[in-house]
Design a protein around this ligand. Structure first.
Ligand SMILES: C[S@@+](CC[C@H](N)C(=O)[O-])C[C@H]1O[C@@H](n2cnc3c(N)ncnc32)[C@H](O)[C@@H]1O
Length: 382
């Protein structure tokens, strides 16, 4: 099967590295999608193990479609009976770009009708009650070519299940995981988020260090599809559990000025199974220091949605810069939508654009002193 992984802009490289580590080879990224091929075991593996990907799709077909008739015929010609029952609850997620068919809602109606007509014909039935499995069908029309997909994930992969409470501007779990993946953080090194809010970054770091698969306990739409061999998901979940690390993993610190935020972060860490791996405290980031010489600091400070808030941000960011520069062997990764962030923090070693859901942010990276070489000659940072 042809598979596609949806990724947020800016995290393609992190997801590609994850795919390689899963032993699934080198996969190209095209317009927010990473393409690879695989079977249902691959689908289960990607859904359970990926940290930074947003969802996993099966490509059902691709064909030219510059009229509604062409779209109907193309969709009806696809083998829907191999994936769905006549009871499937079909939902359509459509988009069109640089194409003649711009009426996305109408195109969605045509696609749904074509799928239902095909299922009725192949299963020789007149009744489609939609009381069965959920199937979100993607219709992406680009330059008059329609790509039709089935979403195997269902709820987006950022929904790990641990974040049940909200506090001020939470970071998407997949974005936090992508930053951790891109940083030089490794098990055994110290890690800190001194603006932890609801706890996402430190939780993702602890899950990464412990090798906890983010999708190990949640549900996926494909698990309810008749076409998927029984036991595929259960086997991958078992494998994920066996791969968890139970030894020493170094220290992960998380703090916030707000006692309520820390309370929420602790609750989320408990649900994620990493409460015992994170040291929480309430306090101003200006007071953060650490006896460990090497470490990684990743944070997402307030960015000020209102004009008045923004005036207070410059001194906060300047103090943040002083704080992490007092830890010269630590690397710092600051994600922010505040336009004055770079002016206050100083010139970064690397800067790139990431999105927190739809909010455009800069990720500013400041590298610390390199650790000494390991006995085999490899840098401990690599
Ligand atoms: C954008 S939120 C962080 C969201 C977090 N990444 C999450 O996923 O939930 C910024 C956090 O910074 C905290 N904060 C603001 N000023 C602070 C300071 N001086 N020291 C420590 N925390 C501070 C706020 O209480 C808020 O929780």
């Amino acid at each position: 099967m042809k598979l596609q992984i949806c990724v947020q802009t800016g995290v393609e490289a992190a997801v590609k590295r994850e795919i390689e580590r899963l032993g699934l080879g080198h996969a190209p990224a095209i317009r927010g999608r990473i393409e690879l091929s695989g079977d249902w075991d691959t689908v289960a593996r990607l859904n359970v193990f990926l940290r930074a990907g947003e969802r996993v799709l099966v490509e059902v077909g691709k064909f030219p479609a510059d009229t509604f008739d062409a779209l109907y015929d193309g969709v009806r010609a696809l083998c829907w009976e191999e994936f769905l029952t006549p009871h499937a609850h079909v939902l359509i997620d459509g988009k069109s770009f640089r194409s003649k068919l711009v009426a996305v809602k109408a195109a969605g109606g045509v696609v749904k009708k074509a799928i239902i007509d095909r299922l009725k014909e192949r299963f020789r039935t007149n009744t489609v009650d939609e009381r069965g499995e959920r199937a979100v069908v993607g219709v992406s029309i680009f330059e008059d070519v329609a790509t039709i997909t089935l979403d195997t994930s269902g709820d987006g992969l950022h929904r790990r299940g641990y974040r049940v409470l909200t506090y001020d501007a939470p970071l998407r779990e997949t974005t936090a995981a992508a930053i951790v993946e891109d940083s030089f953080y490794r098990r055994g090194k110290a890690f800190a988020d001194p603006f932890c809010g609801s706890g996402t970054i430190a939780i993702e770091a602890a899950m990464y260090a412990k090798n906890v698969a983010p999708g190990k306990s949640r549900d996926f739409d494909f698990a309810h599809w008749k076409c998927v061999p029984k036991g595929v998901l259960a086997a991958v979940r078992e494998e994920a559990k066996a791969l968890e690390w139970s030894g020493d993993m170094g220290h992960v610190y998380a703090s916030d000025l707000s006692p309520r935020a820390v309370e929420i972060a602790r609750e989320h860490a408990k649900r994620a199974g990493v409460l015992g791996d994170i040291t929480y405290s309430v306090g101003d980031m200006r007071k953060f220091s650490c006896a460990e010489r090497y470490g990684v600091l990743v944070c997402n400070p307030p960015y000020g949605a209102r004009m008045n808030d923004r005036e207070d941000l410059f001194p906060l960011y300047r103090d943040l810069s002083k704080m992490f520069r007092a830890l010269p062997a630590w690397s710092a990764y600051i994600l922010s939508a505040y336009e004055g962030a770079q002016r206050a923090l100083g010139r970064p070693d690397k800067r790139r654009i990431l999105y927190n859901a739809d909010l455009k942010c800069s990720l500013l990276a400041y590298y610390g002193e390199k650790p000494p070489l390991a006995p085999d000659g490899a840098s401990l940072r690599d």
